[in-house]
Design a protein around this ligand. Sequence first.
Ligand SMILES: [Zn+2]
Length: 210
Amino acid sequence: MIGWSNALASGLMLGVAYALMISGLDGSAMSVGGGALLGVFIVYVTHALTGTADLDLNRLDEKAEKYGYQVILVNTLHAAHEGVAIGAAMAVSLPLGVLAALALAVHNIPEATILSAVLTNRGVRLRDAAVLSIATNVNQVMLALVIFSIVLVAPAFLPWALGYAVGALIYLVMVELLPESYHQAGHTSIAMVTLVAMGIVVLARAWTGH
Ligand SMILES: [Zn+2]
């Protein structure tokens, strides 16, 4: 279940990244590319600074005290990058913003479920684990509003914000979600769940009229 939850979250994130990339490339491709490089770089730096570059996020049996805090920190930073994606999508259009917010809200469920499972296995009460899982996503809403407001004032920032979200989301999927999921479920099923979830967002994007 943890493997498939990760695959589901991965697919939804990749779908949102695709939707944002297409919207960004309608305009300035160079700015989107620059933003994507920046997004990858910032995620890399936050991993390096927090010592979480190669941290497995699903170690249910990990006993080290530090691990619980690291997992919460990584999930909080992860959610922040997704807030940029929602804010940038909102700035493109309301339907695209709603699609990104919906897809990432749904994807927060499997991600929060995995985090709760790790925390409850470490002796955290279920209610506290649920509250912590929700708390890690509060900054997502705040960053979405910040990015949306910045783009309203400075529209030239939009392709950079879109690119940033694309780079960050894809990098997060590749370093945080997919590697460990392949250890927990069959390769084929992980690929299928990921691709179907991505495909649903890609198709839904067509319905937003973009
Ligand atoms: Zn995510």
